[in-house]
Design a protein around this ligand. Structure first.
Ligand code: HEC
Length: 166
């Protein structure tokens, strides 16, 4: 190695060292790709970490996984119109839904729950729940699920005015 290339290497080393240290330790939290997709498409209403106005928009955090206790509940999460009609690819929607259930809904997922598969999401989003009362559909789903599974308390917050009228 010539003296010149050794000198060039020595000059570059601290520069490279400094820049990689800056990337690793700049105090800024990085988003995962799925998290970024969720925030872009859903976070405006549901909140960055899955909680916003719980009475008007259902909480997702530590709650949404409850629906994984039945096949109908699992299907429901994809068939909600805001989800089914979200204009993105099946793969992106699958990533968003798995982020939503397994990261945001973490504490509420039943043991052994399997992530959504791309083909499953593609199939279910073709059957959106847009010709039914969503509030009634959701209430019936929760009632039938809570016979055998303890529902997270916050699940009743959404549409709570309707629940009180009952
Ligand atoms: C414009 C606001 C808005 C956006 C954007 C939105 N949602 Fe929702 N979401 C709601 C509301 C309001 C409900 C309650 C049912 C309804 O009226 O659609 C809901 C219901 C849901 C439910 C049912 C939860 C439950 O407890 O019953 C899920 C799951 C869901 N949304 C996921 C998503 C995902 C994933 C996205 C992004 C792809 C998304 N939403 C985008 C407002 C929104």
């Amino acid at each position: 190695m010539s003296a010149r290339s050794v000198a060039a290497g020595l000059l570059l080393m601290p520069l490279l060292g400094a820049s990689s240290a800056a990337i690793a330790d700049d105090g800024v939290d990085r988003l995962t790709a799925s998290q970024a997709k969720y925030i872009l498409g859903c976070g405006g209403c549901h909140g960055i970490d899955g909680v916003s106005n719980s009475r008007l928009v259902p909480d997702l955090r530590d709650q949404v996984g409850f629906f994984f206790n039945s096949q109908a509940g699992r299907d429901y999460l994809v068939r909600v119109p805001n989800v089914a009609f979200y204009s993105t690819s099946d793969q992106d929607l699958t990533d968003i839904l798995n982020f939503m259930v397994f990261q945001l809904g973490r504490a509420s997922i039943p043991a052994g729950a399997k992530p959504y598969a791309n083909a499953e999401v593609a199939r279910l989003r073709k059957r959106p729940l847009n010709e039914t009362s969503l509030v009634d559909y959701r209430r019936q789903l929760i009632e039938s699920l809570s016979v055998s599974h303890a529902a997270p308390g916050g699940i009743y917050a959404y549409g709570s005015v309707d629940y009180q009228k009952k």
